[in-house]
Design a protein around this ligand. Sequence first.
Ligand SMILES: *[C@@H]1O[C@H](CO)[C@@H](O)[C@H](O)[C@H]1NC(C)=O
Ligand SMILES: *[C@@H]1O[C@H](CO)[C@@H](O)[C@H](O)[C@H]1NC(C)=O
Ligand SMILES: *[C@@H]1O[C@H](CO)[C@@H](O)[C@H](O)[C@H]1NC(C)=O
Ligand SMILES: *[C@@H]1O[C@H](CO)[C@@H](O)[C@H](O)[C@H]1NC(C)=O
Length: 459
Amino acid sequence: MFRGYSRTLGRALRCQAPLARRNIQLSPSQLASVKGWGTIINIAAGAYIGGALVCVGSLYFMYSDANSRQSIPWELSIEDKKNAVKAINKDDVLDSPKYAVKHYRRLLIDLAKHEDPKLQWDEESEGFNVPVILLEVLNSKKSEVFANFYIDILLRYCKALLAKGQLDSSVATLKKVIDDDGIFFNVGDTERLSQCCRLLSRVTQSKEEQVKYLKRLIQMLCTVFPSIKISPEYILQEDSRLTDELVSCLNTLAFTYAQQSKSEPKSSSRWSRKSSKREELLNESLKLYLANLKVLTHMKNSVNKDPYLQVKNPLFNCSLENIDILIAEVKAHISEVLWGLGYKKNATGWAEEVVEQTYSYQGNQTKAAYILQSQLQDLITMYDRLGEQKSQRRCQKLLDEVEIFDRNEDSWYDSVIKRFSKIIYHKGPLGIIEKSLSERFGNPQRVLEIEEIEDEDIE
Ligand SMILES: *[C@@H]1O[C@H](CO)[C@@H](O)[C@H](O)[C@H]1NC(C)=O
Ligand SMILES: *[C@@H]1O[C@H](CO)[C@@H](O)[C@H](O)[C@H]1NC(C)=O
Ligand SMILES: *[C@@H]1O[C@H](CO)[C@@H](O)[C@H](O)[C@H]1NC(C)=O
Ligand SMILES: *[C@@H]1O[C@H](CO)[C@@H](O)[C@H](O)[C@H]1NC(C)=O
């Protein structure tokens, strides 16, 4: 569309009346002096046009990079777009969510005021709280792209607030989105909402809410993806399709139960008839983990037999490595729960299996190496308690050999956009030329980090 427009514009310009030619008469001496100045004028004009091109080009580069991370709707005003680009850039590219908070906040307040010009919002007293646009407005007056964008920005804001230590404002804003049935079940990107709901469950203080939000999330996933099959007790069924988020949610729910059991007192007598709350929670956790393990194992067995596995589960990473690592993770948790329930021998058995499975992956999968490391540490503690020193020494020897390679290096593109952004915040777009010139002719200077350039809160 854009290209078509510029083409017609070009044609319109060309069709205008030809410019009247004017002849300038110069004397030979004038001519000589103009020729002398010519190169300088050319350089100046070249630099000027080049500078303008670099300005426009690099700003567009930043915009399109942000847009590829989070699509920015056209209907936003220029000011809002600028805030959105800065926020997304600082959050995703520079990994400095703390510095993105002010832009997200300004953007959210502006968008809400735009929708409701009568809105009274006392920024001073509200601090980091932001007004939320109502569902009716999102659904009736706005495009789907806008609605998705808006929800994403709200959720990004909440995440960034956590980095800043503003737990209360973050939880309050997250709840506004997640407690609203209309928004939670209908608007916004499922993956992003799911991640944020898991986040809310992790940061909220009340135990009931931790479980409540995870269950709500699993219900949401079941509504959005009808091929997911879960029993009313949240046990994964064998014929269910999987998504990455679903597996994470179920594991997190099981983990939450196990975690909560730690604060319950152990039952006083081993033979007490009355089952303790602690045991109940661990049982609950074990059931979930075992069901997940069963489905994942089934999946693993069909990887090489069923060529349509990935097609049937488009939102699940069906690579053998991924499934193997997930299985190892679940087994590691099962071992922990069994230990908590008093099945010590079984616990070490499962743990040994995890070690065996992750050992071959430690060189090429960072996550596997982490699982292996923590599992060996656990095993050492277990064998210590059981008094099996020989096994303990064997594990210690293995642990000493574990090496963790963090292959989280930035790609070429990431490092370029990162460097670009820092220079632009510091010196503006022309800084890019200045920087390359000064590197060519002078001492190279270090690119300053965002912390050295601006204040966290001053917009
Ligand atoms: C936990 O599970 C075990 C075996 O499955 C059972 O014997 C026990 O009664 C259960 N405890 C609770 C509290 O449900
Ligand atoms: C699937 O998981 C494996 C192992 O974790 C990873 O190497 C691969 O890139 C993932 N594939 C996709 C499409 O995410
Ligand atoms: C523990 O292991 C024994 C035998 O290895 C098995 O019979 C028993 O069912 C296991 N218990 C649990 C809770 O897995
Ligand atoms: C890497 O992963 C493969 C599985 O895809 C595994 O067989 C291999 O042993 C791993 N380790 C190395 C060092 O290649």
